[in-house]
Ligand binder design. Structure first.
Ligand SMILES: O=C(O)c1cccc(C(=O)CC[C@H]2O[C@@H](n3cnc4c(=O)[nH]cnc43)[C@H](O)[C@@H]2O)c1
Length: 243
């Protein structure tokens, strides 16, 4: 059965508030241990795949899923680190205009890698640097919708560049270097992989995340995963109205 919305998120904790609002009515576990929950948001059907953290888990989960189903829209979501230099705060929400897997490319003395001499995604030259743009119209529609949904809450909703990393940044110096190099709003660990796989299958995808921490903050006491997860419940509900 093809759902209206496929939600991809690394862990169940991040989806805890969404699942309280819209509990899954069925659950299946794949041969590789992936959990897929299915349910409804108002009249829209959703599947939620808990991918596990990181690009390998995300790519595996989405590939396994899309071999058997074709959702109308994919929402890649989860908590993220927000760059302090943006002026945004923990709990704020961002929509990715572009993903950048910063480890792709040819390493030089510069902080940013040079492009590979071949496309990583066929006929997509930006993929040589690990760059994956999102559809600008979908980004704008998502932004408009979420601005309305969050209008009375004080939550800031922005559009911006995201980076995908395989190493969580854990120093403020390194965070500053990343911000100066990539001008990114948020850092997380799955987005570029999901965009890559969605492009292979030709399925529309958006990425929306809520900040749980400042990038580079080592003290986990200063992370607020529950606040970010609460925001994600609202985000996923709001996005379902786009379909
Ligand atoms: O090791 C810990 O104590 C610990 C505590 C809380 C969360 C984690 C994670 O593994 C979070 C990684 C997970 O969440 C996304 N995320 C959230 N913030 C960041 C960040 O600043 N940099 C990179 N990724 C982040 C990420 O997409 C992962 O799925 C560990």
């Amino acid at each position: 059965m093809n759902p209206d919305l496929l939600i991809l998120c690394a862990t169940q904790v991040e989806m805890s508030h969404f699942l309280t609002l819209w509990p899954g009515v069925s659950k299946r576990v794949t041969r590789t241990g992936l959990t897929i929950l299915s349910g409804k948001v108002h009249e829209k059907t959703y599947d939620l795949v808990l991918t596990g953290a990181g690009v390998f888990n995300a790519a595996h989960a989405l590939t396994a899923y899309l071999e058997h189903a074709s959702p109308v829209l994919i929402l890649q979501t989860g908590i993220a680190g927000v760059f302090q230099q943006t002026g945004l705060n923990i709990g704020d929400v961002a929509i990715a205009t572009q993903e950048h897997y910063i480890h792709t490319g040819v390493q030089t003395d510069a902080f940013k890698n040079a492009p590979l001499p071949f496309d990583v995604l066929k006929d997509e030259p930006l993929s040589r640097q690990g760059i994956y743009p999102f559809d600008p119209d979908m980004v704008d529609q998502t932004h408009d919708r979420l601005c309305r949904v969050f209008s009375i809450t004080g939550t800031r909703i922005v559009k911006g560049l995201f980076i995908t990393v395989s190493t969580i940044t854990s120093s403020l110096n390194r965070a500053n270097q990343l911000y100066c190099t990539f001008s990114s709003v948020m850092e997380a660990m799955e987005g570029a992989a999901c965009n890559h796989i969605a492009a292979l299958y030709g399925i529309p995808i958006i990425e929306v995340r809520a900040a749980s921490n400042f990038v580079g903050e080592r003290d986990k006491e200063k992370w607020d995963i529950d606040l970010a997860a609460k925001q994600l419940g609202v985000v996923c509900t709001g996005v379902s109205h786009l379909i």
